[in-house]
Design a protein around this ligand. Structure first.
Ligand code: 26V
Length: 816
């Protein structure tokens, strides 16, 4: 039976851990030590459920999904684990009795930042939902020693600081050295002719690293199910390969040592373009090889018919980053399990499924043949053979059509194209919102869709309400439970019952009072971190996400500059006070993105310190945006900025987190915004800008001419001139020149204003006016805000997971 503590037992366990770990008592321990001790006590509560879950799953022979991802942005675990164990309040009270504030302990936890943004956070939400719904799942990833960098703002500029999240030890992980695997790089492939005329392929002269797994428990919501996120770390393999030492091959030993040290050192902190770095390919193969080897080994423990592998196992590939799993599974099946090609193919092509998360062509993964074949000679050989067969298949279907091979070939023009590998070999391809999937089918992956229509489907993203409402917004969570019971925690469509309350004055008041309290909580955070006072009575208008040109933070800040001009020009203008809040990390080498951060901070400085506008406008840049402060921001937002250039944002998930917490979306018809508007109704969101189809039309005709807009619109012209006339930055008029040029310079090699910022500007400004008018009507706003929460049921990752399970993974629910 799973272990549950009484309050007294829990305190006793914390005291024991303090003694054991630090030789301290509650009074003398530091907050960090208390956090560690409490976390170990929570781990004790988990461990038996974890063991019994795994045993039960095995006993039932349940099919499992391996969710393979380079990134898992899990966020802090302590609070979330307590919520899912169903004892957050009890533990908070117990700790309170000994004078310890659980909130402070939570703040001591490093925020494991093993991901960049949307794709990594989605993986974490999926694990939460899979487990809460009782499905057997493994997350497979990498134990980066340094996660996403910490962002410091220094004189308005972003500075990247290493994120040493493991420095004090991470209490929720468990090292599993007994499951270590060897992973091989480099060398060459030897052929040995067998008696039956076929060949054995023998990999020689390689370097090895040892992949050592660390397991992190993923706890289902009050259901006793615990799944595992397994992240692999690299260690030198020396003890596996003593011969090379004995032979005096120190160079090789040293190289291997080095390989082990570098491979899991740091997360690639960019999600903007594919750099083709060797180390990145090493990381990919490293965790995939280990995961695939383990998956086959684990399967064989319970089943000796390997042909049944796809009946019990599915690999979901989170974007193309883990796509090498396809070739690695082929390799393991043929070289280790001695299967023939056709059998290995039969298994592999029924095991692997691929999710596409972006149509941005810069992010598409392509590896130079030279690099790929040098680093992974045997895997490359297998991909060559897959490609040969696939090209023959294309030619059989489209005889003489060389364009088809050019577009769909896996190896082409000196490169290995990972998306093509995933689509050709996987049995499923999905986009992450309806519009995105349509664009994939009709444009980006049109040829593949024509060839394999049955593989394609849509799975609109979702988010877990356990973290983004229960944990992020306890006031609202309690209020909802008070009104409609607590079933929404595991069935978010229950929230539609809140629609009843849109006619209930008192309920609307309570709802908006909670929003106000959350705004006060955020204002306190801003005062502490930015030294800026913001007024919770003003409209909190928030844009938080990675900094990327297509997400158009620039449109937002240019519009703020325009508003400021208006207020200055007409000081008596009736302007509803507004606080614009940004949070965003830019990839370290992404010049325009980093300059945009500087621009936001420069504008903020001028505006926030201009006494003449009487605080009507405030601009705040939240340093180091991450899961933990995101939770404060979603809960406190009135307005959710979702303003990407239509067609570019595959889905977005921040949009859903804001909606769940009762914010109103200002957005383009892009990604999941389309479905958000569909759910909440177009009266309760404000939509503007070009449609995806219009953007695509323009793109197909070489873009549009922003200079025309510059010439004809004095307001826009004034704002743009302020970028280069020293209005904001008198010391250096050239500072923002590159931003100005990106919008207007038609002489540069790339088109000007690729992201249609000026094109959409007027429409955005009008939409913002609508927001203001809307907010002034307090009652109408409150109804719309409540309706956003009430209509957000569809956007639970529980719904998304059920769709994956039904259409792709075919899992069965645990019954224990
Ligand atoms: C891309 C790359 C490109 C190569 C270098 C390393 C690297 C690392 C990460 C990425 C991820 C870009 C894709 C991504 O995060 N897409 C986001 O996925 C979300 C979940 O599906 C979705 O909501 C966002 O709209 C989409 O931008």
């Amino acid at each position: 039976m799973a272990k549950m503590f009484s309050k007294e037992e829990f305190i006793k366990s914390v005291e024991d851990n303090l003694k054991l770990l630090y030789r301290k008592d509650v009074e003398s321990a530091s907050t960090q030590q208390l956090y560690q001790a409490v976390s170990y006590s929570v781990k004790e509560m988990i461990i038996e459920k974890w063991m019994s879950s795994q045993n039960e799953f095995e006993k039932q022979g349940a099919k499992m999904v391996y969710y393979m991802s380079m990134e898992f942005l899990v966020g802090r675990a302590l609070g979330n684990n307590l919520i899912n164990l169903g004892c957050y309040k009890e533990i908070a009270e117990a700790l309170d009795e000994i004078g310890v504030d659980l909130n402070l302990l939570e703040d001591e936890e490093p925020d494991p930042a093993l991901g960049n943004g949307g794709l990594g956070r989605l993986a974490a939400c999926f694990l939460d939902s899979l487990t809460t719904l009782g499905y057997r799942a493994y997350g497979c990833g990498i134990r980066y020693h340094y996660g996403m960098f910490k962002q410091k703002i220094d004189d308005g500029f972003q500075k990247e600081v290493p994120d040493n999240w493991l420095k004090d030890g991470y209490p929720f992980e468990l090292k599993r050295p007994e499951h270590a695997k060897e992973v091989r790089f480099g060398g060459y492939v030897n052929y040995v002719l067998k008696q039956d005329g076929t060949y054995d392929y023998i990999h020689e002269g390689y370097q090895s690293v040892k992949a050592v797994p660390y397991d992190i428990p993923i706890i289902g919501y009050k259901n006793n199910v615990v799944n595992t996120l397994r992240i692999w770390d690299a260690e030198p393999i020396n003890e596996f390969q003593l011969e090379s030492f004995d032979a005096g091959d120190y160079k090789k030993a040293l190289e291997q040592d080095n390989l082990a040290k570098t491979i899991t050192e740091v997360l690639y902190p960019k999600d903007d373009h594919m750099a083709g770095k060797e180390l990145r390919l090493k990381q990919q193969y490293f965790f995939i090889s280990a995961s695939v080897q383990r998956a086959v080994e684990a399967f064989k423990l319970g089943n000796d018919n390997i042909m049944e592998f796809p009946k019990y196992v599915c690999f979901q590939l989170n974007d193309t980053h883990p796509t090498i799993a396809i070739a690695e599974l082929m390799r393991v099946l043929m070289d280790d399990e001695m299967l023939e090609w056709d059998d290995a193919w039969e298994i592999t092509s029924h095991t692997c499924a691929y999710t596409n998360h972006t149509i941005m062509s810069e992010a598409l993964e392509k590896w130079p043949i030279e690099l790929f074949s040098r680093l992974l000679p045997r895997v490359y050989q297998i991909i060559e053979e897959i490609n040969r067969r696939f090209q023959a298949q294309i030619e059989a279907k489209y005889p003489g059509d060389t364009k088809k091979v050019e577009k769909m070939g896996i190896i082409y023009d000196g490169q290995v194209r990972m998306a093509n590998l995933a689509i050709a070999c996987g049995f499923s391809v999905n986009g992450v919102a309806r519009l995105h999937t349509e664009i994939l089918k009709k444009q980006e992956l049109k040829d593949f869709y024509e060839m394999f229509p049955e593989k394609f489907s849509n799975k609109t993203n979702g988010i877990t309400q356990r973290r983004f409402l229960c944990h992020a917004n306890p006031l609202l969570a309690d209020w909802i439970t008070d009104k409609i019971g607590d079933e929404w925690i595991t069935n978010l469509s229950e929230l539609s019952k809140l629609k009843l309350y849109t006619e209930d004055e008192k309920a609307l008041n309570e709802f908006m009072t909670i929003k106000f309290k959350n705004k006060q909580r955020l204002a306190k955070y801003v005062l502490e971190h930015n030294g800026v006072e913001i007024d919770p009575h003003s409209i909190f208008d928030i844009q938080v996400k990675r900094l990327h040109e297509y997400k158009r933070q620039l449109l937002n800040i240019l519009h703020i500059m325009y508003l400021y001009n208006r207020i200055k020009e007409r000081p008596d203008i009736d302007f509803y006070p507004r606080t614009f809040i940004f949070g965003a990390k830019a990839a370290a080498g992404y010049h325009i993105a980093k300059l945009t951060i500087k621009l936001i901070n420069t504008v903020a400085d001028i505006i926030n310190n201009d006494a003449s506008i009487h605080g009507k406008l405030k601009v705040v840049f939240i340093e180091d945006y991450r899961v933990s402060n995101a939770e404060l921001l979603f809960a406190a937002a009135d307005v959710s900025e979702q303003i990407s250039t239509a067609s570019k944002e595959a889905s977005g998930t921040g949009n859903m987190k804001f909606m769940l917490n009762g914010a109103i979306t200002i957005g383009t018809m892009d990604g999941a915004n389309v479905e958000i508007v569909e759910e909440v109704g177009d009266d309760n969101a404000v939509i503007f800008g070009l449609s995806a189809q219009e953007v695509i039309e323009y793109e197909n005709h070489g873009g549009y001419d922003p200079v025309e807009i510059f010439n004809s619109d004095p307001d826009i012209r004034k704002v743009l001139m302020q970028l280069i006339n020293g209005f904001y930055n008198p010391g250096d008029t050239e500072l923002f020149r590159d931003i100005y040029n990106s919008l207007l310079n038609t002489k540069s090699s790339s088109r000007a204003d690729t992201y249609f910022i000026l094109k959409d500007f007027k429409s955005y400004a009008n939409a913002q006016e609508k927001i203001e008018e809307f907010y002034r009507d307090k009652n109408r706003w409150a109804k719309a805000a409540l309706l956003n929460t009430a209509c957000s049921g569809k956007f639970s990752s529980d719904r998304t997971i059920e769709e994956y399970v039904k259409d792709i993974w075919k899992l069965e629910k645990a019954n224990f």
